[in-house]
Each structure stands twice: as C-alpha cells, then as structure tokens.
Ligand binder design. Structure first.
Ligand SMILES: Nc1nc2c(c(=O)[nH]1)N[C@H]1C(S)=C(S)[C@@H](COP(=O)(O)OP(=O)(O)OC[C@H]3O[C@@H](n4cnc5c(=O)[nH]c(N)nc54)[C@H](O)[C@@H]3O)O[C@H]1N2
Ligand SMILES: Nc1nc2c(c(=O)[nH]1)N[C@H]1C(S)=C(S)[C@@H](COP(=O)(O)OP(=O)(O)OC[C@H]3O[C@@H](n4cnc5c(=O)[nH]c(N)nc54)[C@H](O)[C@@H]3O)O[C@H]1N2
Ligand SMILES: [Mo]
Length: 778
C-alpha cells in the first residue's frame, strides 16, 4: 500500500470570501463527492465502497444518523457521506517513523486538518510518564499497561470512559459492560454535548427520548417545521425526504438565524430535474429568528392556537386525544394566556405577521412534524424549548398518528444506538437489574459523570484516568484552555481511534493510542466474517457490513479491543466470557437480546435485509411511558438571552467541509468561504452599528461572570445576512469562547449557540488587548 508524505499544515493566509449560495447539492455535490474519493481511494475501492454505502447488504454511512428509505437508489449517499467514507478508507498510513519524528509539543502545534491528514493509525503507541514522544508497543503490552493502571486506582470512580457516537451497538454494549463490571457509571458521551436536552425533555413529556416518527411519515405530513438545523450540510439526504414531502403537498417552514442553502433550494443530484433544472424550493416560509428565540416563538404560536380554540370552542384542539392521553392542559392554557407579545418580538426578532403566518399554517395542517438539532439543544433553556415543541404538537394530537410527530435529528451515525446499549452515566435501575440478572455481578448504581462533569472532575483531581472510545473530547468540549489543562492533569489517557486528532496531543502523564478498524473494513474473527449493527434517528436497527480489507493487518476491531482490555483488567473477577465476544459478535447480540427491551432474537432479526424497527409507545399506540402514564403538557417560564448594547450573541457551527472536529478542507462552499476558517459572520447593520467593516480583522471576547479571558484573535469579519444581533463562527475553534460553566439547565450541555461576545478591532501585536476590564452585566 502506498504511503504518501504528510501534507503541509494549512493557514488562513489565502482566505477568500464570496457570495453565499442559495441552493444545495445538485451536480457540484456529486462531483465534489466523487473526485476526491477516486483520487484518494482509487477507482476500484471507490466503486466498491460507494455502491454498498447505505445499501441493504452494505455498510452504514458513518457520517450522520439520517435513516435509509425502504427503496434504495443505486447511489444512496450524499456528498458529505462520501467525504466521511473517503476520510476513513483512504489507505494512507501513519508511518512507524512518525512517532520518533514528532514530539508531543510538535503535535500540539499542528491543526486538526494536518493531524487528520497524516493517515490511519495502525499500531498501538505508548507515551511513558515524563516522556515527550509516543513509542510503538505490542497490543499485549498496551492492554497490560492500561489494566495495571486501572487496577491501581483507589476507586473505579477515578476513571472515566467516554464514547463518541460512531461506535456500533455491539462494541458499545461490550464497553459499558466492561466499565460497569470494573465498577463505575462514569460513561460520558458525545450526546452530553449534542441531543442530551432532547433526551431529557422528551423522556419527561412523552416517556421516550427518541423520535416519534418513522421514515415514511415525512411523505405523509402536511407541514414540516425545521428548527435549528442545517440539513444541507449535516443531513443532506434529508433534503430528498423534504423534496418528496413537498411533491405530496407538504409545506415546509424553516426557522433559523441563517438563510442556510439547503433550507432554501435543493437540486437533487439523483433526478434529471435536479441536474438540469433550478431544483425545488424547500422552505415555504423562512423565519429568521434571533439566537435562542425559539422558546418565545413556540409559546407565541401555542397562544394563537389556544386563542383560535377560544373563538371556536371544540374545533381547534384535539379534545379526544388531549382528554385520553395527556395531563396538564389547564395549567398550560392559563400560563400561555400570559405570554407577553412584546417579549416574544424582542426575543425572536420576528414581525408579528410572521408569527401569525406560522400559526395559521399550523392550524391549517392535520399532520405536522417538527424536526430539530443543535440550534435548539445547545442553549441555556434548551430543555424547556423542546418541551414547548412537544406542547405545541400535543395540542392538536400531532403525536402518534401518520405524518405527524416530534423528530430530533441525531448527529453521529450510532449515537442513538449507543444510548440504547447503555452508554449513559444515568442508566435506569431496570437496565442495571437486567445486566445483573444476565451477568451475575452487581453493577454500580450511583450515577456517573457526564462530559462536563468529567472535565471538572479532572480539574479537582478526582478523575485520574480517561479513556475515549473514538471522538476528540478536548476539541469538542467547551472552554478549550481549561479543558486541556484538566486533561493534562490526569495520570493516564487512552484513545481508541482511527486517525490522529488533538486529543492525542493533549494527554495525561502517561498516554496510549489504540488504533482501530473502521466501518468500511471487513472484520474477520474466529467464527468468520463479522458485521455490526446501528440504530438510526427514527429507531430503525440494521446491520453494517465492512466491504474492503483493513488498511493494516494488525488492526483490532472495537469489540476486540474492549474484550481484551476487559480480560487484562478484570481477569476472572466477573463471570463474563469476554473472549467469546471477540470471537463471535452473535454471542454479544444474544446477551443484548436478553438485556435490552426491543432486541429479542437480535441475532436472527438483524440478518433480515431491512433490519427491524424498535417499539416506540408514542409512535405505535399513543402510549406514553412517563411517570404518570400519559403525555405531559408542561409549563415553562419564558426566558430569552439579554443582549446589552454593543454586544452580539455568537453561535458556533459546522462548515460544509468538516465532520465535527475533523476538518476535510478549509472551504465552506454554501456560505461562500474558501481556504480559511478564522472568520466571524456578522449582519451588515450590526457592523455599521459597531463601527466595523467587512473584511476587517477583529478580536472576539466572551463576556461571562468570571474574569477568565476567552478570546479568538485576529478573526476576519464576514458581512453576512444572519439575524440582527447574532454572529457565527466555526466549531471547534470557537470552543475557546464557551465558558465551562455555561450549560443548558437540566441537561448540562455546553451552551454553544448563544455566547455573549464583544467584537473589537484586532489588537496589533504587542499592544494591550481590547478586552473589557469589567464583564458586562448579564
Ligand atoms: N457533514 C457533516 N454532517 C454532520 C456533522 C458534521 O460535522 N458534518 N455533525 C453531525 C452531528 S454530531 C450533529 S449533532 C449534527 C448537527 O447538525 P446541525 O444541528 O445542523 O449542526 P450545526 O452546524 O451546529 O447547525 C446548527 C443550525 O442551527 C441554527 N441555529 C443556531 N442557533 C439557533 C437558534 O437559536 N434557533 C434556531 N432556530 N436555529 C439556530 C444554525 O444557524 C445552524 O443552521 O450533524 C451531524 N452530521
Ligand atoms: N462549540 C461547539 N462544540 C460542540 C458542538 C457545537 O456545535 N459547537 N457540537 C457538539 C456535538 S453535537 C458533538 S456530537 C460533539 C462531537 O464530539 P466527538 O464525538 O468527541 O468528536 P468527533 O469530531 O466526532 O470525533 C472524531 C474522532 O473520532 C475518531 N473516529 C472516527 N471514526 C472512528 C471509529 O470508527 N472508531 C473510533 N474508535 N474512532 C473513530 C477519529 O480519531 C476522529 O478524530 O462535539 C460537540 N461540541
Ligand atoms: Mo452531535
């Protein structure tokens, strides 16, 4: 296999800013996806991978959790899925000499882009305490080192085990079992920073923290409201579902501070019309809301619905549904009547007529779906905002009937399945009881740490060991400087990874990297070729079969890594046959079938080409497994983020050419950005007011309650049609701005979408910084 030399690192020196696009996908999308694939993978590997991507006997795309339609097209993937596959399957390898050549300090200087481009990791490496280089070790030695360290801790709770959402059901189940058998519930995951707010809000109100719709519901809907989500970039195949819904007469409303390309027009690369025509206009109504204004908007729409009912009693609300399936309507009615329209207009930045129009659309539609993603979940009042989504849907019986429901759109391709398998620091007693009955040990019962509490635990010296099953925690979590310092304070860090990232450079005293196979690769174990399984955003579980030989011979699968680590750490302390997991993944699936409800007869059912859909009370039978046994309509105090004069609210978001912390290129085609990421998007009227100009270099300071300086220096201003008072910059770079203690109430998710900032002309080198000396009142 060829080994190409490492790429040079990149800089923003050549940044180009053009016009944002008003449409997404289409021919350039397909070309963009295939060109790099063919160049990097070669034609044979490309064809093999792309023709099996998301197909029934193929492998599941690792990019996002968007579901697959029943009837698959020949090419059932999007531009960004192709990028993810190319990134993983590119057979460039980190050479053995790399570790002697690059010290940790050297790696710290490199960008995420450079790190990711070094190629696939193929051999376990170890950085001994005090050393400044990793060195190659054998697998046996690696497991021995980690096992010995874990066994030397004073308490299992001194260790924390993170998971990123690409891990398969099988690996996730084995991993949480190992962690609980070791003795802790410290199982934080990327979901803590992602849809945690959704899980909490929906569990309390409808009894299940997952989507209440099936894939086919999109084409049956009359109205689809897309809140705080950028599908053109992050779930591109959703645009096809929206296009199909429109063909069947559905209306689509997009609510977003940014006029995102995919929400405006879509040129479907799979149809002639998309290739040559102007495509489909997606949004019938676009509400350019202020950051954090959604709760006010939802309450204002609910108010209009209740007023319509007052005008024509008995005709607007779904009284039968409300009476038999819900509690809380009375208190909600009283509360919503008090909603202050002026506060709504201030919070949303919308005109009254725009809100009236949305309410009218809602009232005219019998079947309504609301979808949402990070624009909703990463706010201080995210949990309450999602409860308002549920309230609005419940009023007219829009849950548990065809073409209607609440549909959070998940991020990572198996983040939902990982949770189902027990990756959560707060699993229920029922789940722990089932583990106990199946494996005959006492799982710990006290809740563990989430991602943020894990970092504060490290700061306090309470967490001394950290392991990551995938992911890049120090780059993904808020307050980069503080988080990195915390991570460096640990005694040992261990990363199971496919490629290099920042979390391999910011490590504990001792550190290991354990390279693993990816989803594209054929996984052969003692019992023969293995496959894994995943759950998509609409609760459908299906197999994922690797297609190409692993990039290197001695890579281990995630299941094998867990099973060997468990043996090295626990010996025969618990009566679990770990080796059998590695030998034959059906063994694991058989255990899962007895522990996790809905997975009965897993090994057989997963072999059906369509997989199976998990039971879902609200969706299937309007059964709401909440504490009171009914759906709960909730009362939530309206709050919006105050923005003092001269300050802006900044959100952190994804460019079109990145996957979370993985940077594929420095371009963001739909927003008109090329060859650079150090930009801050600001509305032209705000620029005028602040005395700034397009293209100017600025420093962006967070205003927070403490006196820690959080700043992005020398960023370039891009005049951009975002909502007034709002700004945007790219994640993960902008994580330096998010204070560690700025978290959503209840879900403890970092508030990555509404950071109060002050933007000032960049300070020339050597001069005192332009930071405000006294934090503004907030
Ligand atoms: N190609 C690609 N695909 C991905 C990912 C990726 O990085 N790259 N990441 C995956 C993951 S883990 C996730 S969680 C998803 C993320 O998918 P998204 O949630 O679409 O991701 P973000 O880029 O964070 O975009 C947030 C969107 O919400 C809007 N928004 C921000 N704040 C508000 C608000 O207050 N109100 C409203 N109404 N809108 C708001 C922003 O303008 C933006 O359009 O995508 C998944 N898929
Ligand atoms: N400011 C701000 N911060 C955010 C967000 C935001 O919108 N704004 N979004 C948040 C969200 S939604 C999420 S989900 C988190 C993401 O947080 P993480 O999930 O921790 O981050 P990723 O960038 O997805 O992880 C990428 C790494 O995973 C490894 N990897 C890739 N494939 C595999 C595999 O098959 N197996 C294994 N073992 N490793 C693999 C690679 O080494 C790669 O570098 O970030 C959160 N942080
Ligand atoms: Mo996510």
């Amino acid at each position: 296999m060829t080994q190409k030399p490492p790429v040079d690192d990149v800089s923003d020196d050549d940044l180009e800013v053009g016009e944002p696009r008003s449409w997404a996908a289409g021919v350039p999308g397909v070309l963009h996806s295939m060109e790099p694939a063919i160049k990097q993978l070669g034609l044979v590997r490309t064809v093999k991978l792309m023709t099996s991507l998301n197909q029934k006997d193929g492998f599941d795309c690792m990019s996002c959790a968007w579901p697959d339609p029943d009837h698959r097209k020949v090419a059932e993937f999007c531009e960004n899925g192709a990028k993810a596959v190319t990134w993983e399957a590119n057979p460039v390898l980190v050479p053995d000499g790399f570790w002697a050549e690059h010290s940790l300090d050297d790696l710290l200087e490199k960008s995420e882009y450079w790190l990711g481009m070094q190629g696939r990791l193929t051999k376990p490496v170890h950085k001994p305490a005090g050393a400044d280089h990793y060195e190659i070790v054998s697998w046996e030695r690696a497991f021995e080192i980690v096992g010995a360290k874990l066994n030397s801790l004073a308490s299992p709770d001194e260790a924390s085990f993170y998971t990123s959402g690409r891990t398969s059901n099988e690996a996730a189940f084995a991993y949480q079992l190992f962690v609980r058998a070791f003795g802790t519930n410290n199982l934080p995951d990327c979901s803590n920073m992602c849809h945690e707010s959704t899980g909490l809000a929906m569990s309390e109100t409808v009894g299940i923290g997952k989507s209440t719709i099936a894939y086919d519901d999109f084409e049956k809907a009359d109205l689809i409201i897309v809140l705080g989500q950028n599908p053109g970039t992050n779930h591109p195949r959703m645009l096809t579902a929206l296009e199909d819904a429109k063909k069947n007469g559905a209306k689509i409303v997009a609510v977003n501070p940014l006029p995102e390309a995919g929400l405006r027009r879509y040129k479907n690369p799979q149809t002639a019309r998309g290739v040559v025509g102007r495509g489909t206009d997606i949004a019938d109504q676009f509400l350019q809301i202020r950051l954090g204004g959604d709760m006010a908007l939802l309450q204002a729409v609910a108010k209009r619905v209740l007023e319509a009912e007052d005008r024509a009693p008995g005709t607007v609300l779904d009284h039968d549904f409300l009476a038999s399936h819900t509690v809380g309507l009375g208190a909600f009615r009283e509360h919503i009547a008090q909603v202050d329209d002026d506060e709504v207009l201030l919070a949303t930045g919308l005109a009254r007529t725009e809100i009236d129009e949305l309410a009218k659309r809602y009232l005219e539609s019998d079947r309504v779906i609301i979808t949402w993603a990070m624009g909703i979940t990463q706010h201080r009042k995210a949990v309450d905002t999602i409860k308002e989504i549920i309230n609005l849907l419940l009023l007219r019986g829009n849950i548990g009937k065809p073409g209607a429901g609440a549909s959070p759109i998940r991020g990572h391709s198996n983040v939902q399945g990982d949770r189902t398998m027990g990756i959560w620091e707060q699993m229920s007693d029922e789940f722990l009881d089932a583990l106990q009955a199946e494996f005959h040990f006492d799982p710990p019962r006290a809740h563990g740490v989430d991602a943020l509490k894990g970092i504060t635990g490290m700061q306090k010296g309470e967490i001394k060991f950290w392991m990551g099953m995938g992911g890049n925690l120090v780059a993904a979590i808020s307050d980069t400087a503080l988080a990195e310092k915390a991570m460096r304070g640990t005694e040992m860090t261990v990363q199971v990874s496919t490629k290099l990232n920042r979390s391999h450079a910011v490590v504990g005293d001792e550190a290991l990297i354990l390279p693993t196979m990816g989803r594209t690769e054929i996984d052969i174990q003692k019992a023969g070729p293995q496959f894994v399984s995943v759950e998509d955003t609409v609760c459908s579980v299906h197999g994922s079969h690797g297609q190409v030989p692993p990039v290197a011979p001695n890579l281990l699968s995630e299941v094998a890594i867990v099973s060997r680590l468990a043996q090295a750490t626990l010996g025969d302390r618990v009566p679990v046959d770990w080796q059998s997991f590695e030998d034959d993944y059906d063994t694991l699936r058989d255990h899962i079938s007895r522990v996790v409800p809905g997975f009965e007869d897993y090994s057989r059912r997963i072999r059906s080409r369509d997989g199976f859909v998990l039971p879902n009370g609200p969706r299937d039978s309007r059964t709401f497994p909440t504490k009171v046994g009914k759906a709960v309509i909730t009362v939530n105090e309206l709050e919006h983020v105050e923005r003092p004069e001269g300050r802006l609210l900044l959100q952190t978001l994804r460019s079109h050419d990145q996957y979370n912390t993985t940077i594929y290129s420095l371009n963001d085609r739909y927003r008109g950005i090329k060859k650079g990421r150090e930009v801050v998007f600001i509305n032209p009227d705000d620029l005028d007011e602040l005395g700034l100009v397009d293209g100017q270099h600025v420093d962006v300071f967070t205003e927070w309650t403490d006196d820690v300086e959080r700043v992005l220096r020398n960023y370039r201003v891009v005049s951009y049609p975002t909502a007034r008072g709002c700004a945007a910059a790219y994640f993960p770079e902008a994580n330096v701005l998010v204070p560690l203690d700025s978290a959503s109430i209840g879900s403890n998710t970092p508030v990555s979408k509404a950071i109060l900032v002050r933007v000032v002309a960049a300070t020339p080198a050597g001069e005192p910084s332009g930071a405000p000396t006294v934090p503004a009142a907030i």
